[in-house]
Write a protein that binds this ligand. Structure first.
Ligand code: HEM
Ligand SMILES: *[C@@H]1O[C@H](CO)[C@@H](O)[C@H](O)[C@H]1NC(C)=O
Ligand SMILES: *[C@@H]1O[C@H](CO)[C@@H](O)[C@H](O)[C@H]1NC(C)=O
Length: 319
């Protein structure tokens, strides 16, 4: 009877382990094989941010753009080859995603201390966490054990990452397609408390929309000409006051109709997410804990584990 019970429990645990796709990710995945991993990544991220504060934002965004396209598998980092066109030239990334040279530096530093052990996908996860923490945001334990994809897909990147022209319903469905809730959507969008956007992404909003503070629109118009094709790459901060500090002011901006992107203001525009925005504005600690939970959840999207994929030596190409 006892042994029957024991094999039943074993079976039940096995079923649980198989049922949850990220069962193999764990916080101590490299504790034996690369004990210096965390300080090595952090010091390289830190130098990059000291050199340019915006880099923290750019690195955080890379993790989002990786995870939303065939899972967190480092596919975003692959350069184009003769056999595939990668994700770097997809619409959401071209002339926009940045920090690839910093990722190369981090990868080299990690290869120096433990060659051939740590995946590029995991490096993006740790880098995103460190960027947030260094810019004054929360710290958390990152789950690890992802492996790297051997291919990348331009079309998957074009289809997977929602454009800033999205309305609320499209934002909600693009997140829910990946198992992320509406609350996760709002919490993760709080990442726009840091970083910059190009004029081409917010021009229609500052000239044509009505749910925008008029003096804010004027301020942004000053460095983003009305005519399409002029000043397209001029930058403006996603959070008007503290774009290099990770706080909850993104939500304050939305309530004041000072969201920079159309998609930002959709989260506070009389719809179902208004109450979440208000709660993150009034309670920074609720934002922090929901953001951390959502980052971990995003990091769990379809990882390659076990013997799937590979541990790339150079994040830009397959071995
Ligand atoms: C909800 C849907 C989202 C949309 C439509 C969106 C769209 C955008 C756009 C259009 C930009 C400016 C790009 C440019 O002008 O070149 C941007 C920047 C940024 N996004 Fe998002 N984003 C979304 C969600 C997220 C999430 C979930 C994160 C991270 C958790 C994130 C992190 C960032 C950061 C940090 C920047 C600034 C990057 C830099 O300065 O280099 N975004 N986003
Ligand atoms: C604003 O809307 C008008 C009318 O739809 C359009 O012609 C114009 O190009 C738009 N301007 C911008 C900057 O989007
Ligand atoms: C300018 O670009 C916006 C957004 O892409 C577009 O909706 C609009 O029609 C364009 N306006 C002109 C005059 O081409």
């Amino acid at each position: 009877m006892a042994s029957f019970f024991k094999s039943f429990v074993t079976l039940a645990l096995l079923v649980l382990a198989i049922g949850s796709t990220n069962a193999q990710l764990s916080k101590d995945f490299y504790s034996k094989t690369c004990p210096k991993l965390f300080p090595t990544v952090k010091s390289t991220v830190h130098s990059a941010i000291v050199k340019e504060a915006r880099m923290g934002a750019s690195l955080l965004r890379l993790f989002f753009h990786d995870c939303f396209v065939n899972g967190c598998d480092g596919s975003l980092l692959l350069d184009d080859t003769s056999s595939f066109t990668g994700e770097k030239n997809a619409v959401p990334n071209r002339n926009s995603a940045r920090g690839f040279d910093v990722v190369d530096n981090i990868k080299s530093a990690v290869e120096n201390v433990c060659p051939g052990v740590v995946s590029c996908a995991d490096i993006l996860a740790i880098t995103a966490r460190d960027s947030v923490a260094i810019l004054g945001g929360p710290n958390w334990e990152v789950k690890l054990g992802r492996r790297d994809a051997r291919t990348a897909s331009l079309s998957a990147a074009n289809n997977g990452i929602p454009p800033p022209t999205s309305d609320l319903s499209r934002l909600i469905s693009s997140f829910s397609n990946l198992g992320l809730s509406t609350k996760d959507l709002v919490a993760l969008s709080g990442a726009h408390t840091i970083g910059q956007s190009r004029c081409v992404q917010f021009r229609p909003r500052i000239y044509n929309e009505t749910n925008i503070d008029s003096s804010f629109a004027k301020t942004r118009q000053a460095n983003c000409p009305r005519t399409n094709g002029t000043g397209d790459n001029n930058l403006a901060p996603l959070d008007l006051k503290t774009p290099t500090y990770f706080d909850n002011s993104y939500f304050k901006n939305l309530i004041a109709k000072k969201g920079l992107l159309h998609s930002d203001q959709q989260l506070f525009n009389g719809g179902s997410t208004d109450s979440i925005v208000k709660s993150y504005y009034s309670s920074p600690s609720t934002f922090t804990s929901d953001f951390v939970a959502a980052m971990i959840k995003m990091g769990d999207i379809q990882p390659l584990t076990g013997s799937q994929g590979e541990i790339r030596k150079n994040c830009r190409r397959v071995n």
